[in-house]
Design a protein around this ligand. Structure first.
Ligand SMILES: [Zn+2]
Ligand SMILES: [Zn+2]
Length: 273
């Protein structure tokens, strides 16, 4: 166990990137064998989404440094809910509580991204994919990357989570995010069991449906319990799911530069009106 803590405490961004790339590679190959959607050019589709890695690296790295500084500060000054509310030393319980707290933070963040118009235009870039597969996970506007990490930073500060807890959670989160975007589905009976606690591809595909109210449901990141608790969980048969966003012009979301401009074009149009 001590070795695991050591690994988690002293692991770097490179370790996280390596794990991300390995899971991506596995998911990509599972899709090649068991993918549901056909009739699209998978490599061309992925090529557009992969370009978001380039603009995402710098803000992700900067925010990573801020995470570390914040966790050092909260650790030194004993700040945060975990420190004040819990007097347990059991690492597993501490991790479980920090995981649930951070996952709840992600749920709130996701709801806000859908409900605040200006923020939605950044998040809509992720939703603008007309085929959802594992590469859709990468499709995130750098503006949203910064906003998301600011929320996580605030949540880390409030919770007082330690570095190894946040790092282990990030590993679970990136794995889960890749899995739920896969162009595959769980059999209904298995999905009923897994989705009791976790977000599954079956649930997240409904979130990518082009129309409300389905776009505004299944906000959960790793856990589905928040959607159950706040009444935002819904289902739709796969045959009825159409990916995309009804308010967006499909022709404006076919190139990397049109997607990068998308949030600002909407903003300027609103200002002019
Ligand atoms: Zn969303
Ligand atoms: Zn998604």
């Amino acid at each position: 166990m001590r070795h695991i803590f050591h690994f988690l405490t002293y692991s770097s961004d490179e370790t996280e990137a390596l794990i991300f790339a390995s899971v991506l590679f596995i998911c990509w190959n599972i899709e090649n064998i068991a993918g549901l959607a056909g009739g699209y050019k998978k490599w061309n589709h992925a090529f557009l989404n992969v370009q978001f890695i380039i603009t995402g690296i710098a803000p992700q790295f900067m925010m990573g440094l801020l995470f570390v500084k914040t966790m050092q500060w909260t650790g030194q000054h004993h700040v945060g809910l975990l420190y004040h509310l819990l007097h347990v030393k059991n690492a597993f319980i501490l991790f479980l509580v920090s995981f649930v707290l951070l996952d709840f933070g992600e749920y709130i963040y996701h709801v806000i991204m859908h409900k605040v118009n200006t923020l939605w235009m950044f998040h809509a870039v992720h939703h603008s994919d007309y085929v959802v597969d594992v590469s859709t996970t990468l499709r995130e506007h750098p503006g949203e990357n910064i906003i998301r990490n600011c929320f996580t930073l605030l949540w880390i500060f409030l919770s007082g989570a330690l570095f190894w807890m946040v790092f282990l959670r990030q590993l679970i989160q990136i794995t889960s995010n890749l899995l739920v975007h896969m162009n595959c589905r769980l059999p209904d009976k298995l999905d009923d069991i897994v989705s009791t606690v976790f977000i599954t591809p079956n649930l997240h595909q409904v979130h990518h449906h082009y129309q409300k109210p389905y776009t505004d449901c299944n906000y959960g990141d790793v856990l589905s319990i928040w959607d159950r608790m706040f009444g935002t969980l819904c289902r739709l048969p796969y045959e009825e799911i159409v990916f995309g966003v009804d308010m967006l012009d499909k022709n404006n979301s076919t190139t990397y530069f049109s997607l990068m401009k998308m949030p600002f074009e909407k903003y300027f149009r609103q200002k002019k009106d």
